[in-house]
Design a binder for this molecule. Structure first.
Ligand code: GRF
Length: 210
């Protein structure tokens, strides 16, 4: 039996890495049976590198766009990765890649999906739109990744009141706290689900009666 639930993080661009940091710190603080195999970055100047080094996580630069998925698939298989965690990853993954990792890629989005998701809805744009629409609530959503931006099945959401907040920046600040709270816990739950399936495998064929 596997002793660890193996995860890998994907980020792109100049990722700041605060979600990555909150997840790896939570795993280490709670001594969870989760092993962070590596972090993918796409630029050598991404601030997240410092966080990876502080947390002793191996980071790997995949800067070649053409071979990105090919190289990534090889790494995921070499390290027997069970879950791919997107944390500030802005690229679209191909249907071929998604098919190979079906139900094993998750993302966090800084709004209550399905609202305020989709193409072009990222970073401060999300909070700006939420603010302009005078929403009373916002929050964060963790979801599986499929072919559409932010449209995969929602795993968990947390909602917070925001009607007392005075700017998109204040909303972003409060929502980020929620992201840091829920992302580690969702990953922990997925790890427990993984281990429970190893202990109690679900039979795929019906048991014949009589
Ligand atoms: C977060 O707001 C997350 O919701 C979105 O990308 C941002 C990444 O921030 N998917 P960080 O790099 O984790 O600080």
């Amino acid at each position: 039996m596997n002793e660890y639930f193996n995860i890998a993080f994907l980020t792109s661009g100049k990722s700041r890495g605060s979600n990555f940091d909150s997840v790896v710190k939570y795993i280490s603080k709670n001594r969870l049976p989760i092993s962070t195999k590596f972090l993918i970055i796409t630029r050598p100047d991404a601030p997240i590198i410092q966080r990876a080094e502080n947390n002793n996580v191996k980071w790997i630069l995949l800067s070649d766009k053409n071979n990105f998925e090919h190289d990534l698939l090889e790494l995921l298989s070499q390290h027997n990765v069970h879950l791919v965690v997107l944390a500030g990853f802005m690229r679209k993954l191909s249907p071929n890649f998604l098919d190979k990792f079906k139900g094993k890629i998750i993302n966090i989005h800084p709004a209550l999906l399905p609202k305020y998701g989709g193409k072009g809805m990222y970073g401060m744009r999300v909070h700006q739109a939420v603010f302009e629409n005078h929403e009373k609530f916002s929050g964060a959503s963790v979801h599986f990744v499929n072919e559409e931006y932010d449209a995969g099945k929602i795993i968990f959401q947390k909602k917070i009141p925001i009607d007392h907040l005075k700017s998109p920046e204040e909303i972003a600040h409060e929502v980020l706290k929620i992201e840091h709270e829920i992302y580690p816990k969702v990953i922990e739950q997925l790890a427990y689900q993984f281990f429970s399936k190893l202990v109690y495998p679900v039979e795929s064929e019906a048991i014949p009666s009589g």
